[in-house]
Design a protein around this ligand. Structure first.
Ligand code: NDP
Length: 317
């Protein structure tokens, strides 16, 4: 059976390093600030934002939550973003997605100052990543690289296959793996013989959004599987396909009526050398890297006035 890569433990290490950096900054009279824009009352978004605000409190970052109504127009939201761009004490701006349909999301994300774009979605930061210049890297892909690095999984010279080509996960993960000298293949819904391509991988990243799609037939024996997927399974038949005979999952499925599943089928762990669990794998890293990105943004914006620590240089974000 595969080694389980404990994302909670790695995320806790990163949060502790970030907290130490924030303490050093406080000694220099600076407190990094993160503004979170949460439009309307999307229940999932509210849960994510709560997690982000709590994490800020833990590491000592000052957080500010703005909650405009879901009737807000594009120009009104644009004005809020521009105001946050102007405020010096705000180092990071996070626009929680999805935005309501009447809002032009692309226009809003483009308006965020690239120096404060802690999600790393702005084309300027995308360009910095692809040309290996210092910038802000999307949190989930940066977290994936931290898992690999801190689990001593070699990347340089390895075959990496990324399933998924989204701007948020697949593409930036592929770019980070290329920058780390892996040989990278990116797959998507039109890829021919997906299991065959995946079986070439020493490192297989699944960022698809299909519960349990990556079965043992997709995995080369001993490969590392990074499971990014977060899928809520509510159907009994689907549950049985994935977890028949798993008493712990069965109990939680019965009580909650659903269970959180990755893109990897549980039987992938029988073949892989190492695998990230869901929950408790990549997910916790995403928020930890948001904290790291906020501190990084604060330091980059304030330049040489800021103290530095070795941990900060070691991180890929
Ligand atoms: P998207 O829906 O934007 O992208 C999914 C990608 O998977 C697309 O490139 C799509 O191909 C590809 N795909 C879909 N079906 C297939 C298939 N049958 N065979 C091969 N490729 C396929 O999703 P995201 O990248 O935003 O997210 C992916 C997953 O990661 C989701 O489960 C999401 O919830 C999770 N996630 C988890 C995070 C975390 O913190 N752990 C953070 C962000 C996302 P095509 O381009 O051809 O349509």
């Amino acid at each position: 059976m595969a080694t389980i890569l404990d994302g909670n433990k790695i995320a806790a290490e990163i949060r502790a390093e970030v907290a130490a950096e924030v303490r050093d900054m406080a000694a220099a009279g600076i407190r990094p600030g993160l503004a979170v824009l949460l439009v309307g009352h999307n229940p999932a978004s509210e849960i994510y934002v709560r997690g982000k605000v709590k994490s800020c409190e833990e590491v000592g970052i000052c957080s500010e939550k703005l909650t405009p109504p879901d009737t807000i127009s594009t120009p009104e939201l644009l004005e809020l973003v521009l105001e946050l761009n102007r405020r010096d004490e705000i180092d990071g701006i996070l626009v929680q997605l999805p935005l309501p349909p009447q809002v032009d999301s692309k226009k809003i994300l483009m308006a965020v100052d690239p120096a404060k774009d802690v999600d790393g979605f702005h084309p300027v930061n995308v360009g910095f990543l692809s040309t290996q210049r210092p910038g802000l890297v999307p949190c989930t892909p940066a977290g994936i690289m931290e898992i690999l690095k801190r689990s001593n999984i070699p990347v340089a010279g390895q075959e990496a296959v990324v399933v998924g080509r989204s701007d948020i996960v697949g593409k930036p993960t592929a770019m980070l793996l290329i920058n780390a000298n892996a040989t990278v293949t990116v797959c998507h819904s039109k890829t021919r013989d997906l299991p065959g391509v995946c079986r070439r991988a020493d490192i297989l990243v699944a960022a698809i959004g299909r519960a349990g799609m990556i079965t043992r037939d997709f995995v080369k024996p001993g490969a590392t599987v990074i499971d990014v997927g977060m899928n809520k399974v509510t159907e009994r038949a689907e549950f049985d396909r994935l977890f028949a005979g798993n008493a712990k999952r069965e109990e939680s499925f019965r009580t909650k009526g659903s269970t959180l599943v990755g893109d990897a089928h549980p039987n992938a762990a029988e073949v892989a050398g190492a695998i990230t669990p869901v929950p408790g794998g990549v997910g916790p890293l995403t928020i930890a890297m948001l904290m790291a990105n906020t501190v990084k943004a604060a330091k980059m914006r304030r330049g040489s006035r800021m103290p530095t620590r070795p941990a900060e240089h070691a991180r890929s974000a």
